[in-house]
Each structure stands twice: as structure tokens, then as C-alpha cells.
Design a protein around this ligand. Structure first.
Ligand SMILES: C[S@@+](CC[C@H](N)C(=O)[O-])C[C@H]1O[C@@H](n2cnc3c(N)ncnc32)[C@H](O)[C@@H]1O
Length: 262
């Protein structure tokens, strides 16, 4: 049961949906193009048209599978990137730069099984509604990405202190910049490993990670957060520990928020 729930969670990860929808679109395109090619081989569309159709179909399939709308331009760009990068003479150093940049953004994909993808506005609003009304609340976004969730919560709750902890360098720098530019005094963006962050004193912890760290993270939450505090996980359950509450959101990916009270 737990294994199948964990497998289902993996299937909802944006990177899986992204490549899954590209794969399904390429099959659909091949099946649709084959009869056309056999009968009108001279009038086949040009490669850019084929790539746009592939990307567009993947965009629609991805949307139906639960990806947010902002993935559509990525879906359209992906086949172009894949095709032209092999046919153009891209210098080797450019690949190296790209690889290093990708590493600085997605550092935790391999290490922690947690890539960067972002909570959407519907989730932010639901989170803000779930916060206890206690004054001086301390909230932490565990793996804060580029800081959007922390900034939103800090704006909604000027009486609260919000901390975002992120260990992938580029997202962490972006979060710090956004925090500084926001002018908000009640938000702190930290570049660091959340495993080393003491959770004692936080009344609310939010995480949008992956199935991989959930069991270990829940143990940390239980050990460090005070009784009565709230742990909220976007999309990913804790194996073997039923959530006290599950809130299903009305967004395109039908986000589920799992809540545990310490
Ligand atoms: C899916 S993103 C969520 C971002 C943000 N919380 C949101 O909801 O928009 C998860 C983030 O956790 C970060 N992460 C993973 N393991 C981490 C660790 N040990 N310490 C700090 N950040 C980590 C990843 O780099 C990634 O940016």
C-alpha cells in the first residue's frame, strides 16, 4: 500500500509529467503523421511546424495530467531545444556552462531526490488560511526554493516570522534577492541544509519535497517541534503515518495538503 502511494506521488512530480507528456505526444504525433506521410509524402510540414505541434500536444497532455499552465512554454521549447541542439554545432563549453547552471539549480535532485518546482498561488492561499491565528507565529518553509511561499505568507501575516531554508545555490540567491527587494522585515531567506536547521520554536512547518525524505523529515519534526505545532506536506505523504487532515485543493494539479499536528 505504502509503496503504491509513494509510486503515485512520484508520478505526480512535474519532471515525470513533463517527460511523460512529451513521450505521449510523440507517440500520438507519430500515429497521426504516419498515414499522412504515406499518402502525402511530398507535402509534409516543415520541422519547426512538427516541433510546435509536438510541444503544443505535450502542453495539452501535461495540463490534463495536472501540470500548471506555465509549463506550456517549457513544453513547446523542449522539442526545439532537443532537436536544434543536436543539429547545430553547439560548442562543448556551452554544454559545460549549462550543466553547471543546472547543477546549481537542481543540486538536490540527485542528492535528496528533491528537484525544484514551485507551490502555486492556490496553495499559498490555502496555507495562509490554515495558519493558526496566534500572534507572533513562527513559520518555516523547509526547502524554500526561490522564496515565493515564504514571501506570500510573510505578506499575509505581518505579525508572523517566516523562514525559508534552501540549499541549492541559485534558488537560494534568488530567494535572498527577493527577500531583500520585498522590504519585508518578517521574512528571512537562509542558504543552508534544512537537516541542520533546528525546528524547535516553529509552530508551522511547510514542505513540498518528494517521497524520498518524508519518513526522515517526519521523525525530525516529531523530535524537534513542540506539541500543538503543525506540519504540512504538499503532495507527499509520510509512509505509515496517516495524516490528521487532508485538504484537496481546486487547482489544475488537484494538490493535496497533508496535515499532521504534533
Ligand atoms: C519542490 S521545491 C519547493 C520550493 C518551495 N518550498 C515551494 O513550495 O515553492 C523543494 C526545494 O527543496 C530544496 N531542498 C531539497 N533538499 C534540501 C535540503 N536538504 N536543504 C535545503 N533545501 C533543500 C530543493 O533544492 C528545492 O528547491
Amino acid at each position: 500500500m505504502e509503496d503504491s502511494a509513494s509510486a503515485r506521488s512520484y508520478l505526480k512530480m512535474p519532471v515525470v509529467l513533463l517527460f511523460g507528456s512529451q513521450f505521449l505526444a510523440s507517440i500520438a504525433l507519430f500515429l497521426a503523421a504516419l498515414p499522412a506521410y504515406l499518402s502525402f509524402a511530398d507535402e509534409m510540414p516543415t520541422m519547426p511546424v512538427i516541433l510546435v505541434v509536438q510541444g503544443g500536444m505535450a502542453g495539452v497532455i501535461g495540463l490534463a495530467m495536472g501540470l500548471s499552465k506555465w509549463w506550456i512554454p517549457v513544453q513547446i521549447a523542449l522539442p526545439f531545444g532537443a532537436f536544434y541542439s543536436t543539429s547545430l554545432q553547439v560548442p562543448a563549453w556551452l554544454w559545460l556552462v549549462f550543466l553547471v547552471l543546472a547543477g546549481l539549480v537542481y543540486r538536490n535532485s540527485g542528492r535528496e531526490g528533491v528537484p525544484l518546482y514551485l507551490s502555486n498561488r492556490t496553495t499559498w492561499t490555502a496555507l495562509a488560511d490554515m495558519l493558526p491565528q496566534t500572534q507572533g507565529l513562527k513559520i518555516i518553509d523547509i526547502g524554500g526554493g526561490i522564496g515565493g511561499t515564504a514571501l506570500f505568507l510573510a505578506r499575509q501575516r505581518p505579525d508572523a516570522e517566516v523562514l525559508s531554508v534552501e540549499s541549492a545555490p541559485i534558488p537560494a540567491v534568488l530567494a535572498k534577492l527577493r527577500g531583500a527587494l520585498s522590504g519585508l522585515k518578517n521574512v528571512t531567506m537562509v542558504y543552508g541544509d534544512f537537516w541542520k536547521q533546528d525546528l524547535d520554536g516553529y509552530q508551522v512547518a511547510y514542505a513540498f519535497l518528494s517521497p524520498v525524505p518524508m519518513e526522515r523529515l517526519y521523525k525530525k519534526v516529531r523530535a524537534e517541534m513542540k506539541p500543538g505545532s503543525l506540519f504540512i506536506s504538499n503532495s507527499f505523504e509520510v509512509p505509515g503515518v496517516e495524516a490528521d487532515q487532508v485538504v484537496e485543493l481546486n487547482d489544475s494539479r488537484q494538490t493535496k495538503l497533508y496535515l499532521w499536528r504534533n
